[in-house]
Every structure is written in structure tokens, then in C-alpha cells.
Design a protein around this ligand. Structure first.
Ligand SMILES: [Zn+2]
Length: 414
């Protein structure tokens, strides 16, 4: 086991984060670094410059994901990989994604300072287009790595101007030669801000992430009859918005019935014709259910379908309902979860087990490698926002835990 007293250099990590945050910095103190833009290229170039200065060799795969490798004693052994993403939302912050990448680099810098040789090689990964903001879907490169999407699908994803990921990778010089995935990974760890309020509310420093929530996304179109808001008597109306409003309430109740873990959201609604004196004839709406237990998620689905039928029939609405996305819950690897838990215990950081409510690259990597995640708090639980913030002591703590978890899996040479 690694020396309990090993710690990373928190100040150096913080300085690197602030340096990287200058690339795409926004006026409100955030970051806008959309995938495969010139700014994304600049952040990749800087990351590679730092990794080469730390003695790493660099490989880029066909999806543009970067792997910076610090050799071990036996380089035929499968590596331990850590990482996250450098791209951001249009109104992104200074920590989402980039924290996991630079925490990985800080682990390597610390090992260099100590002259510490591991048995296995360690790699820091930068996954292309995690956010899915410029190119949908999210986490597409780690998805190809994990065998969830094929390479052609990944490269052909278009942005709003019709430029594909493949074209943009070529343009910025990051269409790499390495095959995507298909190699052994001994363990994968990803450090990330929580993007929720739980750790900060409970005054805890480390989230030991055991699971990621399963998701079911739906689209519903309710069709009634639009007619004049004055002369049309109440009993004969076929008001699509009335049905939609009752569905919003239904979705909320299903979420509360499965609290505190479940999430249930209507996020979008388009009302037609959306005129103040016309009874709405049609409503399009989206529904998003999340839960880490597939059985509960199925129960929520059943309650939803039955409830929706009971709502639309009495109003006389037609209903088109489609589940457009299903994402199975993920339980991370017990050994990797333990490595995180012991890392936090070694460093005397307060912790709790957590379920990730958001998708992360780790979710797709977990399809092909033993995986777990480390969460640190973020101020007020806010992310995907320029005011996203984290305290230096949290940033340091998560990276300390990452160091210990990696050493547990990479082993000491000799
Ligand atoms: Zn992220």
C-alpha cells in the first residue's frame, strides 16, 4: 500500500486550473470552450505541453481523445487511466471536466517529484466532446471507447452548421491515428465536481461514487382542438395544455413518490398556437426520469404510462408518447470504489457514498474497464454556469484521493 502521508501539490493544481481557465474565459468569470473549436485546440495544446514537460508520451485516437502516458516498471501491463474533459458548455465554469484532467496531471507531477515508480503505466485521458453542446450526443468519444457507439457514428456527428466531428478534428489537428478503445485498461478513475448540493450541505469533502442513475427520456405530443377562448363552453373543450399541466403534476408526484433518490422533470413544452385567446390545440413536451435502480425506473415508467392515459381520456386528447432514450443504471466496480474509499480514509477526509445524477465519461468507460469516480463539492451545487466555483481545499482533497486510488491500482515498483 502507498504511504498514507503522500499528498499532491494543491497550489500547483490550482494554478494550472486558473491558467487553463484563461482559454475561453468569459466576462462573468466562467469559460466557453466548445468542443473542437480553436479554443478547444488551445486547451489541448497546453495540456500536451504540460504533459510532455512532465515526461509523458502522447497518443491521440481517431475520436481525438488524448492519452498522456507515464511509464511504469512493466509497460506490458494494462495502464491505470484517469481523466475527464476539457470542453465546456457555452456558459461553463472553470472546474467541470477540466478538474479531472488536471488532477490527473497533478498526480503524475507529484509522482515525478517523489521519484515514485509504479508497477503499471498511468495515463491521463482527455475525452473529446463530453458536453454534447456543439455536437450531440454527449460523451460521444468515451462512448466509442466503451463500445456504445461505433466510430463512424461518432465522426459523423454534425454541429448546427453541418460541420462534422471528423472534419473539425482534422481542422484542429487532432484526428489521431490510434484505434479507439479495444485495449486493456486495469482501472479507470474520474475526479469531478459533484454538480449538486449534497456534499456542501452535509459539510463533507469527498463523494465516493458507487452508482450512476439510469435514465428514461420521453417525448409526448398531446392533440386537442384549438378554438376561441370566449365562445367555447368549458365542458366541450379539448384543451391540450390542460392535459400537459396535469402531466407536469403527475411527473412531479412520481418523482416525490420515489424520493429522495428519484428525479422526474418536464423540461420543455411547446404550446400551439400559443395565443392568449385561443384554447391550446397541441402541446409537445419532454419528460426525464432518473433512478439508480432499474426496477424502480421501470415502476416509474409504468406509473407514468397509466397516469397519462387517465389524464388524456377524460379531456378527449390524442396522445403520442415515445421513449426516445434509455440509459441503464450503472454500478461501478467494487474494487475501484474501495480504492477511492480507502484513499479518502488514508487522507482523513470526510466522505459519503453517492449516486451520480449526471452522465460522465466514466459511465461509458465502465463498459470496458473497472471504474469509479471521486466527487468534490462545488459552491451551492451550481455547474454549467459561469459562476461555478470550488474551494481550493476541496480541489486539493479530491486530487489527494485520486493519487491514493491510482497508486492502489498501479502498484509500487520493486
Ligand atoms: Zn463534466
Amino acid at each position: 500500500m502507498a504511504d498514507r502521508n503522500l499528498r499532491i501539490d494543491g497550489q500547483r493544481l490550482w494554478q494550472s486550473l486558473m491558467e487553463m481557465a484563461k482559454i475561453g474565459a468569459t466576462e462573468k468569470g466562467g469559460v466557453c470552450r466548445l468542443a473542437l473549436t480553436d479554443l478547444d485546440k488551445q486547451s489541448r495544446d497546453l495540456f500536451i505541453e504540460w504533459c510532455e514537460a512532465a515526461g509523458c508520451s502522447i497518443k491521440v485516437d481517431k475520436m481525438g481523445s488524448i492519452f498522456a502516458r507515464r511509464p511504469g516498471r512493466d509497460n506490458d501491463l494494462a495502464p491505470v487511466i484517469t481523466g475527464s474533459h476539457l470542453d465546456s458548455q457555452p456558459t461553463g465554469g472553470r472546474f467541470d471536466g477540466v478538474y479531472g484532467v488536471l488532477a490527473g496531471l497533478e498526480v503524475l507531477r507529484t509522482l515525478n517529484d517523489l521519484g515514485y515508480e509504479t508497477e503499471r503505466p498511468i495515463e491521463v485521458a482527455v475525452w473529446t466532446n463530453e458536453e454534447g453542446s456543439r455536437f450531440a450526443p454527449a460523451m460521444v468519444a468515451s462512448g466509442v471507447f466503451g463500445g456504445v457507439f461505433d466510430l463512424e457514428y461518432g465522426l459523423s456527428r454534425p454541429d448546427q452548421d453541418g460541420k462534422t466531428m471528423g472534419e473539425e478534428l482534422e481542422r484542429i489537428g487532432y484526428a489521431g491515428a490510434e484505434e479507439v478503445g479495444g485495449r486493456d485498461v486495469h482501472a479507470y478513475f474520474e475526479a469531478h465536481i459533484e454538480q449538486g448540493p449534497i456534499l456542501e450541505d452535509e459539510e463533507l469533502t469527498i463523494g465516493v461514487v458507487t452508482d450512476a442513475q439510469g435514465q428514461r427520456w420521453y417525448e409526448a405530443t398531446l392533440t386537442g382542438v384549438e378554438s376561441h377562448a370566449g365562445p367555447t363552453p368549458m365542458p366541450v373543450r379539448k384543451d391540450a395544455l390542460l392535459g400537459a399541466a396535469r402531466i407536469v403534476d403527475l411527473v412531479n408526484r412520481i418523482g416525490l413518490d420515489n424520493a429522495p433518490v428519484a428525479c422526474a422533470t418536464v423540461g420543455m413544452m411547446n404550446v400551439y398556437p400559443n395565443s392568449r385567446n385561443v384554447i391550446p390545440g397541441q402541446v409537445f413536451m419532454t419528460i426525464d426520469f432518473r433512478h439508480p435502480d432499474d426496477d424502480v425506473l421501470a415502476k416509474m415508467d409504468a406509473a407514468f404510462r397509466a397516469g397519462v392515459r387517465d389524464i388524456v381520456e377524460p379531456i378527449g386528447l390524442e396522445l403520442e408518447l415515445e421513449q426516445i432514450f434509455y440509459y441503464a443504471p450503472i454500478h461501478f466496480d467494487e474494487d475501484c470504489i474501495n480504492a477511492v474509499r480507502e484513499g479518502a480514509a488514508n487522507c482523513n477526509y470526510s466522505m459519503r457514498e453517492m449516486v451520480s445524477g449526471a452522465g460522465h465519461d466514466a459511465c461509458y468507460v465502465s463498459k470496458v474497464a473497472p471504474t469509479s469516480m471521486i466527487f468534490i463539492p462545488c459552491v451551492d451545487g451550481i455547474s454549467h454556469n459561469e459562476i461555478e466555483d470550488a474551494k481550493p481545499e476541496w480541489v486539493t482533497a479530491g486530487c489527494d484521493v485520486l493519487l491514493h486510488a491510482i497508486l492502489d491500482k498501479a502498484g509500487q515498483a520493486g
